[in-house]
Write a protein that binds this ligand. Structure first.
Ligand SMILES: Nc1nc2c(ncn2[C@@H]2O[C@H](COP(=O)(O)OP(=O)(O)O)[C@@H](O)[C@H]2O)c(=O)[nH]1
Ligand SMILES: [Mg+2]
Length: 322
C-alpha cells in the first residue's frame, strides 16, 4: 500500500475533513490509489442512511436539502451532501447555486458538502459516487444526501444509489404530469410537492396521490406525498420523519440488504464493464490487435470470432480504473 494513501485512510477514519476531501478527489480520479483506498476502508462502510434527492432543475432540491440538513443537526447527526451532475463535465452554474443555497451550514464541522461532476468516461460519475459515499461513511457521516441535477436516465441511476429516494416536484410546471407519464414515479419512495406557497400546490399534491393509488407497488410501502415550502422550512420535519420511517420499514422488512445487493450488483457489472472497456482502449493500438484488424479486413477472420478471441485477454489483464 502506498504510504500516502495509508495516511489519508488513517486520518479520514479519525474524522479529518481535509483527508476526506482528498480521499473523495482520489476516488473521483480513479486509478490504483482509489482502489487501495476503497480496499482499506471498505470494512468501515455501509452504516449511513443514504438519501437521494432528485427532480427537475429549479424545483428547489438544494433549498430542501439545506432544510433537511437542519433537521438532521437537530438530532446531532453528522450529515454529508454530494451534489452530483452526471451529464456535465463541468461543475457549472447549477452546482454553484447549490453551494450558495447550503451556505448556512458551512461553519458546522458536522456537515460536509461536496459537488461531483462527470470527469469523462461513461459511468464514471456513477462509479465515483459509490466510492465517495464509502469515504463519507468511513469518516463517520450518518446521513448522506445525494442531490442529482435533473431527471434523465443517468440521474435516475444515481438516485438508485440511495436507500431512500425523494422525488421533488413543484406546482404548475407540468412536471407532475410528466413524472406520472414517464414512469419516474416508480423510483420515488417519498414525494415532495415543493413551493407549497405557489398556487396549485394542493392540486398537484392530490393529483400525485391519486396517480400513486393506481400504481402497483412491489412492497407494502406506500410513498407519502409531502407538501413543503423549502424556503421557510415548512413541511421539512414531516419529510424527515417520512425518510426515517422509510429506512425503518426497509430494515424491519429485511429489504435494506436486498436493495443494497441490487445496487452492488449494478456496481459490480459497471466495474467489470469499465475494466474491459479500459483494457480494450489500451490494447486497440497493440501489435496483436493490428494484426487481427488486418485479418478481418482481409476476410481471414470475421469480427465476431475476433471479438470472442480478444475477450479473455481484456478481462484477465484486469487493471484498476484510472
Ligand atoms: N416560492 C418558493 N421558491 C422556492 C422554494 N424553495 C426553493 N425556491 C426557489 O427556487 C429556486 C431554485 O431552488 P434550488 O434549490 O436551487 O432548486 P434546484 O435546482 O432543484 O436545486 C431558488 O430561487 C429558490 O429560492 C419554495 O418553497 N417556494
Ligand atoms: Mg440544486
Amino acid at each position: 500500500m502506498n504510504s500516502n494513501v495509508d495516511a489519508i485512510a488513517k486520518e479520514l477514519l479519525a474524522g479529518n475533513r481535509r483527508a476526506l476531501g482528498r480521499a473523495i478527489s482520489l476516488v473521483e480520479n480513479g486509478g490504483a490509489d482509489a482502489t487501495s483506498l476503497v480496499h482499506e476502508l471498505y470494512s468501515h462502510t455501509g452504516k449511513a442512511h443514504i438519501i437521494g434527492v432528485t427532480g427537475s432543475p429549479g424545483v428547489g432540491k438544494s433549498t430542501l436539502v439545506d432544510a433537511l440538513i437542519t433537521e438532521c443537526r437537530k438530532e446531532d447527526l453528522k450529515v454529508a451532501v454530494l451534489a452530483v451532475d452526471p451529464s456535465s463535465p463541468f461543475t457549472g452554474g447549477a452546482i454553484l447555486g447549490d453551494r450558495i443555497r447550503m451556505q448556512g451550514h458551512t461553519l458546522d464541522r458536522n456537515v460536509f458538502i461536496r459537488s461531483m461532476a462527470n470527469r469523462g468516461h461513461q459511468g464514471g460519475v456513477s462509479l465515483a459516487t459509490y466510492d465517495a459515499i464509502r469515504m463519507l461513511e468511513a469518516s463517520g457521516y450518518q446521513v448522506i444526501i445525494i442531490e442529482t441535477v435533473g431527471v434523465g436516465q443517468s440521474e435516475l441511476a444515481i438516485a438508485q444509489h440511495a436507500d431512500t429516494t425523494i422525488l421533488v416536484l413543484m406546482p404548475g410546471s407540468g412536471d407532475d404530469i410528466q413524472a406520472i407519464k414517464s414512469g419516474i414515479m416508480e423510483i420515488g419512495d417519498i414525494f415532495v410537492v415543493n413551493k407549497g406557497d405557489l398556487p396549485g400546490a394542493n392540486k398537484s399534491a392530490s393529483e400525485i396521490t391519486a396517480s400513486l393509488e393506481l400504481n402497483h407497488f412491489q412492497t407494502s410501502w406506500r410513498p407519502p406525498v409531502v407538501l413543503a415550502i423549502a424556503e421557510t422550512g415548512q413541511g421539512i420535519d414531516q419529510l424527515w420523519q417520512a425518510a426515517k420511517e422509510h429506512k425503518k420499514f426497509l430494515t424491519d422488512e429485511n429489504l435494506l440488504d436486498k436493495r443494497r445487493s441490487l445496487r452492488i450488483r449494478a456496481e459490480l457489472s459497471e466495474i467489470v464493464a469499465d475494466i474491459a472497456r479500459r483494457n480494450l482502449q489500451g490494447s486497440m493500438d497493440s501489435e496483436a490487435v493490428r494484426k487481427i484488424l488486418s485479418q478481418i479486413v482481409n476476410r481471414e477472420v470475421d469480427p465476431h470470432t475476433a471479438a470472442i478471441n480478444l475477450l479473455p485477454g481484456l478481462l484477465s489483464s484486469a487493471t484498476a480504473r484510472s
